[in-house]
Design a protein around this ligand. Structure first.
Ligand code: 13P
Length: 251
């Protein structure tokens, strides 16, 4: 049974101008001058910076994007395909982020279709799932999260083409986080669901936690059972903060 790879991924959301690429230079320097970390590092800037980030050719920083369309090309004004993102140099694409589910009404069925489009291009999908505060208060966390997992993750998902990110909506950008025990419990439920569905292979999927991860709480959250890394929003915008989270995977 192959164990899951650790990943620290940054989601810049709708932040970042060309000048922000200085943070990538700084991050690359911090990574190069620190002890080796036992994790992959991915940065997902806005579309406008994907090409420039890839052109920087920072070997230890993988390039991701934040969404894609289900089609390869065509009359879809304002949309971007997985093929275009591959062409621009991305290896990973986030899909199903709660902000897209909320702002654009994206359903798990659409997320599933986007993941399939990503696989067709040979890229990797970072599929996000997570409950709202109201769902948590109603004790529906596991039901909601496992339901989204089932519907969003295609049958041909593998640990090589798919990363799962659990992001409780109420923890995103709020400074609030679940307890380590709560994170371990839901990640263990996700792991069990993946093993039930995919067999032993299910043990190999990287399961990231996202929501107010900072240098000060990263180590504790990353050591929770069945947590294989973080999907980081705000703290990924500053090289020193993001490096402080990567620190959780340095000996
Ligand atoms: O949504 C997130 C990453 O995708 C988490 O955002 P924050 O780290 O800013 O809470």
């Amino acid at each position: 049974m192959k164990s899951a790879k650790n990943i620290v991924a940054g989601n810049w959301k709708m932040n970042g101008l060309v000048a922000s690429l200085e943070e990538i230079e700084a991050l690359a320097t911090l990574i190069d001058t620190s002890a080796a970390a036992d994790c992959d590092v991915i940065v997902c800037p806005p579309y406008t910076l994907v090409c420039s980030l890839a052109a920087m050719k920072k070997q230890k920083i993988l390039v991701g994007a934040q969404d894609c369309h289900v089609a390869v090309s065509g009359a879809h004004t304002g949309d971007i395909s997985a093929l275009m993102l591959k062409d621009a140099g991305a290896s990973h694409i986030i899909v199903g982020h709660s902000e897209r589910r909320a702002d654009h009404g994206e359903t798990s069925a659409l997320v599933h279709a986007k993941a399939t489009a990503i696989y067709i291009e040979g890229l990797k999908a970072i599929i996000c799932i997570g409950e709202t505060e109201a769902e948590r208060d109603n004790n529906q966390t596991e039901e909601v999260v496992l339901g989204q997992l089932k519907e969003s993750v295609p049958d041909d998902a593998t640990p090589e083409n798919t990363v799962i990110a659990y992001e409780p909506v109420w923890a995103i950008g709020t400074g609030k986080t679940p307890t380590v025990e709560d994170v371990a419990e839901i990640h263990t439920a996700i792991r069990k669901a993946l093993i039930n569905r995919f067999g032993d292979v299910g043990a190999g999927f990287s399961l990231l936690y996202g929501g107010s991860v900072k240098p000060s709480n990263a180590k504790e959250l990353m050591t929770a059972k069945n947590v294989n890394g973080a999907l980081v929003g705000g703290a990924s915008l500053k090289a020193s903060d993001f490096n402080g989270i990567i620190e959780a995977y340095r000996k």
